[in-house]
Design a protein around this ligand. Structure first.
Ligand SMILES: Nc1ncnc2c1ncn2[C@@H]1O[C@H](COP(=O)(O)OP(=O)(O)O)[C@@H](O)[C@H]1O
Ligand SMILES: [Mg+2]
Length: 277
Protein backbone atom coordinates (compact mmCIF):
# COMPACT_ATOMS: atom_id res chain seq x y z
CA UNK A 1 0.00 0.00 0.00
CA UNK A 2 1.26 3.48 -0.75
CA UNK A 3 0.23 6.45 1.30
CA UNK A 4 -0.06 9.72 -0.58
CA UNK A 5 2.28 12.43 0.58
CA UNK A 6 0.74 14.85 3.07
CA UNK A 7 0.28 18.47 2.11
CA UNK A 8 3.33 20.66 2.73
CA UNK A 9 3.52 21.75 6.32
CA UNK A 10 4.06 25.05 7.96
CA UNK A 11 7.71 26.06 7.49
CA UNK A 12 9.78 24.98 10.44
CA UNK A 13 10.61 28.34 11.93
CA UNK A 14 10.89 28.81 15.65
CA UNK A 15 9.08 32.13 15.47
CA UNK A 16 6.12 30.82 13.51
CA UNK A 17 6.83 33.11 10.54
CA UNK A 18 4.15 35.66 11.40
CA UNK A 19 1.21 33.27 10.83
CA UNK A 20 -0.71 32.50 14.00
CA UNK A 21 0.66 29.45 15.72
CA UNK A 22 -1.68 26.68 16.74
CA UNK A 23 0.09 26.30 20.03
CA UNK A 24 2.17 29.03 21.57
CA UNK A 25 4.25 28.56 24.71
CA UNK A 26 5.66 31.79 26.16
CA UNK A 27 8.05 32.12 29.07
CA UNK A 28 6.71 29.04 30.84
CA UNK A 29 8.19 28.25 34.23
CA UNK A 30 7.25 25.45 36.56
CA UNK A 31 8.33 25.03 40.14
CA UNK A 32 6.96 22.05 42.08
CA UNK A 33 6.53 22.47 45.82
CA UNK A 34 7.81 19.10 46.96
CA UNK A 35 8.19 17.89 50.52
CA UNK A 36 11.95 18.16 50.29
CA UNK A 37 11.79 21.69 48.91
CA UNK A 38 11.21 23.26 45.55
CA UNK A 39 11.90 21.50 42.26
CA UNK A 40 12.49 23.88 39.39
CA UNK A 41 11.18 21.65 36.57
CA UNK A 42 10.93 24.13 33.67
CA UNK A 43 12.55 27.49 33.05
CA UNK A 44 11.65 30.04 30.39
CA UNK A 45 10.28 27.64 27.80
CA UNK A 46 9.27 29.34 24.54
CA UNK A 47 7.91 27.45 21.59
CA UNK A 48 5.64 28.22 18.69
CA UNK A 49 4.01 25.24 16.97
CA UNK A 50 2.32 25.54 13.58
CA UNK A 51 -0.92 23.91 12.43
CA UNK A 52 -0.41 20.30 11.43
CA UNK A 53 3.17 20.33 12.59
CA UNK A 54 4.71 17.26 14.24
CA UNK A 55 6.98 18.17 17.15
CA UNK A 56 9.08 15.58 18.99
CA UNK A 57 10.18 16.47 22.48
CA UNK A 58 13.32 14.67 23.67
CA UNK A 59 15.63 14.79 26.66
CA UNK A 60 16.92 12.73 29.52
CA UNK A 61 14.67 11.31 32.16
CA UNK A 62 13.62 14.02 34.61
CA UNK A 63 14.29 16.97 32.28
CA UNK A 64 10.65 18.10 32.32
CA UNK A 65 9.08 16.53 29.21
CA UNK A 66 6.02 15.22 31.00
CA UNK A 67 5.70 18.45 32.96
CA UNK A 68 5.68 20.47 29.73
CA UNK A 69 3.19 18.15 28.06
CA UNK A 70 0.85 18.28 31.05
CA UNK A 71 0.99 22.06 31.04
CA UNK A 72 0.21 22.07 27.30
CA UNK A 73 -2.64 19.64 27.91
CA UNK A 74 -4.23 21.79 30.58
CA UNK A 75 -3.61 19.16 33.28
CA UNK A 76 -1.06 21.16 35.24
CA UNK A 77 -0.87 24.92 35.75
CA UNK A 78 2.43 26.65 34.96
CA UNK A 79 4.00 28.67 37.79
CA UNK A 80 4.31 31.53 35.32
CA UNK A 81 4.11 32.13 31.59
CA UNK A 82 1.32 31.48 29.10
CA UNK A 83 0.13 28.78 26.72
CA UNK A 84 -2.34 29.58 23.96
CA UNK A 85 -4.13 27.26 21.54
CA UNK A 86 -5.46 29.05 18.44
CA UNK A 87 -4.84 32.31 20.26
CA UNK A 88 -6.97 31.26 23.25
CA UNK A 89 -5.24 31.08 26.59
CA UNK A 90 -5.37 27.57 28.09
CA UNK A 91 -4.65 28.84 31.58
CA UNK A 92 -6.16 31.83 33.33
CA UNK A 93 -3.98 31.87 36.38
CA UNK A 94 -4.56 28.48 38.00
CA UNK A 95 -7.87 27.98 36.25
CA UNK A 96 -8.13 25.95 33.09
CA UNK A 97 -10.04 27.23 30.08
CA UNK A 98 -12.18 24.16 29.35
CA UNK A 99 -13.10 25.28 25.86
CA UNK A 100 -9.47 25.37 24.78
CA UNK A 101 -8.92 22.07 26.61
CA UNK A 102 -11.57 20.30 24.54
CA UNK A 103 -9.36 20.61 21.44
CA UNK A 104 -6.79 18.20 22.81
CA UNK A 105 -6.40 14.48 22.41
CA UNK A 106 -4.13 12.80 24.95
CA UNK A 107 -2.22 9.51 24.75
CA UNK A 108 0.03 8.23 27.54
CA UNK A 109 2.47 5.36 27.93
CA UNK A 110 -0.25 3.20 29.44
CA UNK A 111 -3.29 2.80 27.18
CA UNK A 112 -5.67 3.05 30.18
CA UNK A 113 -8.55 1.27 28.50
CA UNK A 114 -11.54 0.18 30.57
CA UNK A 115 -11.24 -3.62 30.75
CA UNK A 116 -15.01 -4.15 30.93
CA UNK A 117 -15.68 -2.09 27.78
CA UNK A 118 -15.20 -3.37 24.24
CA UNK A 119 -12.67 -1.67 21.97
CA UNK A 120 -15.49 0.22 20.24
CA UNK A 121 -16.93 1.41 23.56
CA UNK A 122 -13.51 2.48 24.79
CA UNK A 123 -12.80 4.37 21.58
CA UNK A 124 -16.14 6.14 21.54
CA UNK A 125 -16.31 6.93 25.26
CA UNK A 126 -15.28 10.58 24.75
CA UNK A 127 -18.13 10.89 22.24
CA UNK A 128 -20.58 9.42 24.73
CA UNK A 129 -19.41 11.96 27.30
CA UNK A 130 -20.07 14.65 24.70
CA UNK A 131 -23.63 13.40 24.16
CA UNK A 132 -23.17 11.79 20.73
CA UNK A 133 -25.83 9.14 19.94
CA UNK A 134 -25.19 5.41 19.82
CA UNK A 135 -25.41 4.96 16.06
CA UNK A 136 -23.01 7.78 15.29
CA UNK A 137 -20.64 6.49 17.98
CA UNK A 138 -20.61 3.03 16.49
CA UNK A 139 -19.94 4.37 12.99
CA UNK A 140 -17.09 6.51 14.24
CA UNK A 141 -15.55 3.62 16.19
CA UNK A 142 -15.58 1.44 13.06
CA UNK A 143 -13.97 4.21 11.03
CA UNK A 144 -11.28 4.74 13.68
CA UNK A 145 -10.54 1.02 13.99
CA UNK A 146 -9.76 1.12 10.25
CA UNK A 147 -7.61 4.20 10.63
CA UNK A 148 -5.42 2.84 13.41
CA UNK A 149 -5.11 -0.66 11.98
CA UNK A 150 -7.60 -2.50 14.18
CA UNK A 151 -10.28 -3.41 11.63
CA UNK A 152 -12.72 -6.00 12.92
CA UNK A 153 -11.68 -5.59 16.57
CA UNK A 154 -14.62 -3.41 17.56
CA UNK A 155 -16.15 -6.09 19.77
CA UNK A 156 -12.91 -7.34 21.30
CA UNK A 157 -12.01 -6.62 24.93
CA UNK A 158 -8.69 -5.02 25.93
CA UNK A 159 -7.41 -8.28 27.48
CA UNK A 160 -7.65 -9.87 24.02
CA UNK A 161 -5.28 -7.29 22.51
CA UNK A 162 -1.48 -7.08 22.45
CA UNK A 163 0.28 -4.03 23.93
CA UNK A 164 0.66 -2.46 20.49
CA UNK A 165 -3.01 -3.01 19.72
CA UNK A 166 -4.04 -1.44 23.01
CA UNK A 167 -1.98 1.64 22.17
CA UNK A 168 -3.69 1.80 18.78
CA UNK A 169 -7.04 1.76 20.56
CA UNK A 170 -5.83 4.55 22.88
CA UNK A 171 -4.82 6.62 19.84
CA UNK A 172 -8.20 5.96 18.22
CA UNK A 173 -9.92 7.10 21.42
CA UNK A 174 -7.87 10.29 21.45
CA UNK A 175 -8.81 10.94 17.82
CA UNK A 176 -12.51 10.18 18.28
CA UNK A 177 -13.61 13.78 18.64
CA UNK A 178 -11.25 15.16 15.96
CA UNK A 179 -8.88 16.98 18.28
CA UNK A 180 -6.87 19.72 16.67
CA UNK A 181 -3.90 18.87 18.84
CA UNK A 182 -2.66 15.43 19.82
CA UNK A 183 -0.36 15.26 22.85
CA UNK A 184 1.48 11.97 23.32
CA UNK A 185 3.74 11.09 26.27
CA UNK A 186 6.02 8.15 25.39
CA UNK A 187 3.08 6.26 23.92
CA UNK A 188 5.27 3.48 22.52
CA UNK A 189 7.78 3.35 25.38
CA UNK A 190 6.57 -0.02 26.63
CA UNK A 191 6.52 -1.74 23.24
CA UNK A 192 9.17 -4.02 21.73
CA UNK A 193 11.37 -2.56 18.97
CA UNK A 194 9.58 -4.19 16.03
CA UNK A 195 6.13 -3.18 17.22
CA UNK A 196 7.44 0.29 17.87
CA UNK A 197 8.73 0.62 14.28
CA UNK A 198 5.33 -0.44 13.05
CA UNK A 199 3.53 2.01 15.32
CA UNK A 200 5.78 4.82 14.11
CA UNK A 201 4.79 4.10 10.51
CA UNK A 202 1.13 3.96 11.52
CA UNK A 203 1.36 7.19 13.47
CA UNK A 204 2.94 8.92 10.50
CA UNK A 205 0.07 7.88 8.29
CA UNK A 206 -2.55 8.77 10.93
CA UNK A 207 -0.97 12.18 11.29
CA UNK A 208 -1.06 12.71 7.52
CA UNK A 209 -4.70 11.67 7.34
CA UNK A 210 -6.08 13.25 10.50
CA UNK A 211 -4.10 16.48 10.00
CA UNK A 212 -3.78 17.14 13.73
CA UNK A 213 -0.88 19.02 15.25
CA UNK A 214 1.18 16.57 17.32
CA UNK A 215 3.51 16.99 20.28
CA UNK A 216 5.22 13.66 20.87
CA UNK A 217 7.41 12.95 23.90
CA UNK A 218 10.01 10.21 23.62
CA UNK A 219 13.49 9.47 24.85
CA UNK A 220 14.35 7.62 21.66
CA UNK A 221 16.22 10.01 19.37
CA UNK A 222 15.64 7.72 16.39
CA UNK A 223 11.91 7.72 16.96
CA UNK A 224 11.89 11.48 17.49
CA UNK A 225 13.70 12.22 14.23
CA UNK A 226 11.76 9.65 12.25
CA UNK A 227 8.43 11.25 13.13
CA UNK A 228 9.13 14.94 13.51
CA UNK A 229 9.07 18.11 11.49
CA UNK A 230 11.12 19.57 14.33
CA UNK A 231 12.84 17.99 17.31
CA UNK A 232 12.90 20.01 20.52
CA UNK A 233 15.65 18.99 22.94
CA UNK A 234 15.25 19.79 26.64
CA UNK A 235 18.08 19.94 29.15
CA UNK A 236 17.52 19.23 32.86
CA UNK A 237 17.68 21.18 36.14
CA UNK A 238 15.80 23.24 35.33
CA UNK A 239 14.30 22.04 32.04
CA UNK A 240 15.12 24.44 29.25
CA UNK A 241 14.99 24.19 25.48
CA UNK A 242 18.53 23.54 24.39
CA UNK A 243 17.90 23.25 20.64
CA UNK A 244 15.19 23.05 18.00
CA UNK A 245 16.22 20.94 15.02
CA UNK A 246 14.23 20.92 11.77
CA UNK A 247 13.95 17.53 10.07
CA UNK A 248 13.54 18.20 6.36
CA UNK A 249 13.45 14.54 5.27
CA UNK A 250 10.76 13.89 2.64
CA UNK A 251 7.46 12.25 3.61
CA UNK A 252 6.14 9.67 3.78
CA UNK A 253 9.19 8.23 5.50
CA UNK A 254 9.92 4.52 5.48
CA UNK A 255 12.15 2.42 7.71
CA UNK A 256 14.82 2.86 5.00
CA UNK A 257 14.80 6.57 5.84
CA UNK A 258 16.72 5.66 8.99
CA UNK A 259 19.65 4.42 6.91
CA UNK A 260 19.98 7.66 4.94
CA UNK A 261 23.02 9.87 5.67
CA UNK A 262 20.76 12.88 6.36
CA UNK A 263 18.82 10.98 9.01
CA UNK A 264 21.96 9.67 10.65
CA UNK A 265 23.57 13.07 10.70
CA UNK A 266 20.61 14.61 12.55
CA UNK A 267 20.63 11.74 15.05
CA UNK A 268 24.39 12.13 15.54
CA UNK A 269 24.12 15.85 16.29
CA UNK A 270 21.25 15.32 18.76
CA UNK A 271 23.08 12.47 20.53
CA UNK A 272 26.10 14.68 20.84
CA UNK A 273 24.02 17.46 22.41
CA UNK A 274 22.50 15.00 24.88
CA UNK A 275 25.92 13.63 25.79
CA UNK A 276 27.24 17.05 26.61
CA UNK A 277 25.00 17.24 29.64
N1 LIG B 1 4.44 16.20 41.24
C1 LIG B 1 5.75 16.47 41.37
N2 LIG B 1 6.24 16.98 42.53
C2 LIG B 1 7.55 17.27 42.66
N3 LIG B 1 8.46 17.12 41.69
C3 LIG B 1 8.03 16.62 40.51
C4 LIG B 1 6.67 16.27 40.29
N4 LIG B 1 6.55 15.80 39.03
C5 LIG B 1 7.77 15.85 38.49
N5 LIG B 1 8.68 16.35 39.37
C6 LIG B 1 10.11 16.59 39.12
O1 LIG B 1 10.22 17.51 38.03
C7 LIG B 1 11.28 17.13 37.17
C8 LIG B 1 10.75 16.86 35.77
O2 LIG B 1 9.94 15.71 35.78
P1 LIG B 1 9.19 15.16 34.49
O3 LIG B 1 8.45 16.27 33.85
O4 LIG B 1 8.41 13.98 34.89
O5 LIG B 1 10.42 14.72 33.55
P2 LIG B 1 10.49 13.74 32.29
O6 LIG B 1 9.11 13.48 31.83
O7 LIG B 1 11.35 14.44 31.30
O8 LIG B 1 11.16 12.49 32.80
C9 LIG B 1 11.95 15.93 37.82
O9 LIG B 1 13.03 16.39 38.58
C10 LIG B 1 10.85 15.35 38.68
O10 LIG B 1 11.39 14.66 39.78
MG1 LIG C 1 8.04 11.69 31.53
Amino acid sequence: MTISAPAPRVPATAAGGGAQAQLEVSAVDKVYQARRGEVHALSDVNLSIGKGEFISLVGRSGCGKTTLLRILAGLLAPSSGTVTADGESIWRGNKRNDEAFSQFGLVFQDANLFPWYTVADNISLPLKLRGVGKKARRARATELCELVGLPGFEKAYPRELSGGMRQRAAIARALSYDPKILLMDEPFGALDALTRDKMNLELQSIHAQAGATVVFVTHSINEAVFLADRVVLLTPRPGRIRSITPVALPRPRSLDTETSPEFQEIVRVLRHELDEE
